[in-house]
Design a protein around this ligand. Structure first.
Ligand code: ZN
Length: 163
């Protein structure tokens, strides 16, 4: 795994925010990042266009991670989107939520925004996608190596993650 120092630092910073006691799941980490930033992060399942796994939307008062419904490796996608956020990449600014339907219906726009390699929809460039992928891989790897009573990424059920 050849993650850059920048990515490694970001993963360390996120893991530092982990609760000192109890289980450390990916969704708990997302919550911890949210509290650290003083800005809510919402997780939502969504019907995204085919081939799109996740999307990070920035609203005025909160961030929303949309994860494709029924995705088998949703934790990877969630970690990827979290990577974009903590690495300071640009999300998709949402001027008006009501435009979402229009956005999703426009295949031209989707073609423009969709990064074919990662299946991530966002305006960020190739480098940002690679960074987010490296971040996701390293974060999940490190989570998986925590003592078993603390790492619970496997045990978290979708219903608990997405209220
Ligand atoms: Zn991405």
């Amino acid at each position: 795994m050849a993650a850059s120092r920048r990515v490694t630092r970001a993963v360390n910073a996120v893991l530092d925010l982990a609760p000192r006691e109890g289980e450390v799941s990916l969704t708990r980490l997302v919550q911890a990042v949210s509290e650290d930033r003083g800005r809510p992060i919402e997780l939502k399942m969504a019907d995204l266009p085919p081939g799109v796994c996740g999307q990070w939307r920035q609203y005025n008062d909160r961030d929303v991670f949309l994860i494709q419904k029924g995705l088998p490796a949703w934790d990877r996608t969630l970690a990827h989107e979290l990577g974009h956020l903590v690495l300071g990449h640009e999300g998709t600014p949402v001027v008006q939520a009501v435009r979402e339907t229009v956005e999703l219906a426009s295949s031209e726009l989707i073609g423009y925004m969709l990064n074919q390699r990662t299946g991530c929809m966002g305006p960020a460039g190739e480098d940002a996608e690679q960074e987010a992928e490296d971040f996701a891989a390293l974060l999940l790897y490190r989570l998986g190596r925590l003592p078993s009573d603390r790492a619970s990424i496997v045990q978290v059920r979708l219903g608990e993650a997405f209220g």
